[in-house]
Design a protein around this ligand. Sequence first.
Ligand SMILES: Cc1cc2nc3c(=O)[nH]c(=O)nc-3n(C[C@H](O)[C@H](O)[C@H](O)COP(=O)(O)O)c2cc1C
Length: 160
Amino acid sequence: MKTLVAFYSLEGYTELVAGVIATKLGADILKLETVKPFPTKGFAKFFIGGMSSVCKATPKLKNTSIDLSSYDNIVLGTPVWASTFASPINTLLQKHKFAGKKVALLVCSGGPDVEKCLVNFRKALVGNEIVGDINFTEPQKQDKEEVTKRATAWAESLKF
Ligand SMILES: Cc1cc2nc3c(=O)[nH]c(=O)nc-3n(C[C@H](O)[C@H](O)[C@H](O)COP(=O)(O)O)c2cc1C
């Protein structure tokens, strides 16, 4: 049973937690990167990323040789963008064969929009078995050790 941790992270937080989980699970890791980077500053950061997610865009990924066929289990990590998952995750779900996996969801947010994001995430993953989810709200304000502890415990609890 092979496990993959696939994630997108604009500002590094989802990446940090995804790394902890991948280490705990002994999983392969796939960091999604877009050909055209999303802005990281000012109004453009929220507007362009937010619109891209709301419009269910599928931004082109730099990762050209994604093959999910050998993975039974996937931890999918995303920041919340405009109350849903970030659009590069949409590219992964739309352009690659994703059905039939056991999936666990990792969501990082800046506010209280996690539930809406999880509802959208689950809808987009119909055809997969969701085995769990975890969210980190305002992670930048949390104690790094506590975050690592929670992420590790969650990874251990997953029924893959
Ligand atoms: C384009 C964009 C849209 C966002 N929209 C939301 C939102 O709707 N709700 C929320 O709680 N946080 C929102 N955030 C904050 C991020 O979800 C949060 O900072 C997250 O921890 C960033 O993860 P990352 O470091 O992996 O990119 C948004 C951030 C960006 C860049």
